[in-house]
Write a protein that binds this ligand. Structure first.
Ligand code: NAD
Ligand code: ZN
Ligand code: ZN
Length: 368
């Protein structure tokens, strides 16, 4: 079928909305009518090449919608089901899935680089195959996706907020709770208050942090952070370090979570410096794939028993965790409606990215 979709043809160029050809759902695949897609900074990493996605590419990996058709052998969902699309598949069979670490599912590598002989949903335009980050392509009216990435949710959950669960909410909230392992009474620093960082603030609040210091150069972001549960804010890490030293009488923070739009090695030093002995730094942000250097004192790091932890997708098990996230939303513990700053039609996708870069959105949302 032909559907409108935002396509990236060249690095550092605008998205173009065009009619693409979506294949029929093959074995294990489902056709989803998308209702909404969040605009996540990871899509922009595909634009800059930080994530070296092959081009041309259909954008979007944070979506929700309604299943229209299922391919052969599909058992997880049926037509009519409301689904959140999971950025990472959960095959249910690999050693990671069966040990409750589906965020590390072996099929996750398909998100960026499927093997040549591997079945992924077919998208074409003008005779060319289109790639899609996470094999989702949610900047479109419809998507064909693996059933391993379609997680059924209750029909009463608004599909706009549900879309955000597909990446930003899950990564931010569960990243704080599970990966940073925020404990009641902890002092937590969140650097970068975008769609991910604001949810790390919420996760830290839910986990019972006593003190949450949100760091962002944009004043509007700092004000939002205070509304979502931060207890203090700072414009940069220098200011945050002085603030945390003062608040903790020099003990420093238990956890620090890096959520800036683009991470670089130089971010590590101040983060390692702001945590206490035995503290933990969590790297959520994506770094350009070619960058490998970082500099901080390994002597202090070792002698202070500090930890540096990589983080992908909130250590989430989507089938188990999406309903838990929804329940926190229903009970008012997690604010999701307020995350959507601006809504755009698909034709305005570039305005959505411009607002993200301009610091004007917590999350921009495409209504599809
Ligand atoms: N690890 C994962 O599983 C995962 C999942 C989703 C997104 N990500 C990554 O998380 C990062 C954040 O994504 P997002 O969608 O929230 O981005 P965003 O653009 O919405 O927000 C980034 C925020 O960082 C702030 N910022 C920039 N430089 C800063 C600095 N030096 N100090 C403090 N704040 C700074 C910006 O003002 C902005 O508010 C991206 O790198 C994204 O690719 C990782
Ligand atoms: Zn994302
Ligand atoms: Zn698996």
């Amino acid at each position: 079928m032909k559907v409108p979709a935002a396509v990236l043809w060249e690095r550092n160029s605008p998205w173009k909305v065009e009619e693409i050809e979506l294949g029929e759902p093959g074995p294990g695949e489902v056709l989803v009518q998308l209702k909404a897609s969040g605009i996540c900074h990871s899509d922009d990493h595909g634009v800059t090449g930080d994530i070296p996605m092959p081009l041309p590419q259909v954008g979007g990996h944070e979506g929700a919608g309604v299943v229209l058709e299922v391919g052969e052998g599909v058992s997880r969902v049926r037509p009519g089901d409301h689904v959140v699309l999971s950025a990472i598949p959960a095959c249910g069979n690999c050693r990671w899935c069966i040990s409750g670490r589906a965020n590390l599912c072996d099929l996750g590598r398909r998100a960026v680089a499927p093997a040549a002989d591997e079945q992924v949903p077919a998208r074409r335009l003008g005779g060319q195959t289109l790639s899609a980050l996470c094999q989702l392509g949610t900047f479109a009216s419809h998507a064909v996706v693996s059933e391993l990435q379609a997680v059924r949710i209750d029909d009463d959950v608004p599909l706009d907020v549900a879309a955000l669960i597909g990446c930003g909410v899950t990564t931010g909230v569960l990243g704080a709770i599970r990966v940073a392992d925020v404990l009641p009474g902890d002092v937590v620093v969140v650097q970068g208050v975008g769609g991910i960082g604001i949810n790390a603030v919420q996760g830290a609040r839910i986990a019972g942090a006593s003190t949450i210091v949100a760091v962002d150069p944009v004043e509007r972001k700092r004000n939002w952070a205070l509304e979502f549960g931060a207890t203090h804010v700072a414009a940069d890490m220098e200011e945050a370090t002085a603030l945390v030293a003062d608040l903790t009488r020099g003990v420093m923070a238990d956890k620090a979570i890096l959520c800036v739009g683009v991470a670089h090695g130089e971010h590590l030093g101040p983060l390692v410096g702001i945590i206490s002995k035995g503290g933990r730094v969590v790297v959520t942000s994506i770094t350009p794939v070619t960058e490998t250097a970082m500099t901080f004192s390994l002597f202090d790091f070792a002698m202070s028993n500090k930890e540096l932890r990589g983080h992908v997708y909130g250590a989430a098990n989507p089938v188990a965790d999406f309903p838990r996230i929804i329940e926190m939303y229903r009970r008012g513990q997690l604010r999701l409606d307020e995350l959507i700053t601006t809504r755009y039609p698909l034709s305005e996708v570039n305005a959505g990215f411009a607002d993200m870069h301009g610091g004007r959105n917590l999350r921009g949302l495409l209504e599809l």
